[in-house]
Design a protein around this ligand. Sequence first.
Ligand SMILES: [Zn+2]
Length: 227
Amino acid sequence: MNTYDTVMKLALERGFYFPSCEIYSDAHAGFWEYGPTGTSIKNKFLELWRRELLRRDDMIEIDGSQIMSKNVFVASGHLDNFTDPIIKCKDCGATFRADRYITEKIGKDIPELLPGSEIDKIIKKYNLKCPNCKGTFADSDRFSMMFKVEIGPSKEEAFLRPETCQTIFVDFPRIFKTMRGRLPLAVAQVGKSFRNEIAPRQSLLRLREFYQAEIEVFCNPHRLNDL
Ligand SMILES: [Zn+2]
């Protein structure tokens, strides 16, 4: 048993963390629960984070909404750019994350933002086939990692935030004003973020719903020498 399996086994047996909705057959991958001991470790980590970073450097902390309006992500570019390259088998329909699959097969790192035409060229050059049925792949595509939700009976489009910093940026003008802020100003937040990963794996390392503890430091770009 390798280290990863040993840790996993211990975590499950002692209830540190375990898969979400595990008693039902339609449970989705990439969602995990912290059990009593896991929650206790998480809380201890956060105490340390607040004491050693936030309080020591006079940062301020907020706790923002996880669902945010569409325009937030139009402005940030996430709706256009927060995507992963995917390849789909023409025969069985199985879908894979292109950069990872290619790296696994040819042993070379592929940049996430490699254009689709380049990905298609590599697939042809190395004659890569579907690992399930040996079928050929259709041209590569991009898959949005944003989780869309519908608000109210009129089903207005909104999204789960893919990173906690989004609320910090959107709230900055109000925080700056109400806290009588002066630059540099550091704003911290701990909370959930959501990414519709194509292949979540490695238990808590690649999740679809996860905690982030994040700090954004705002400063005047013309006065960086004062920092
Ligand atoms: Zn296939």
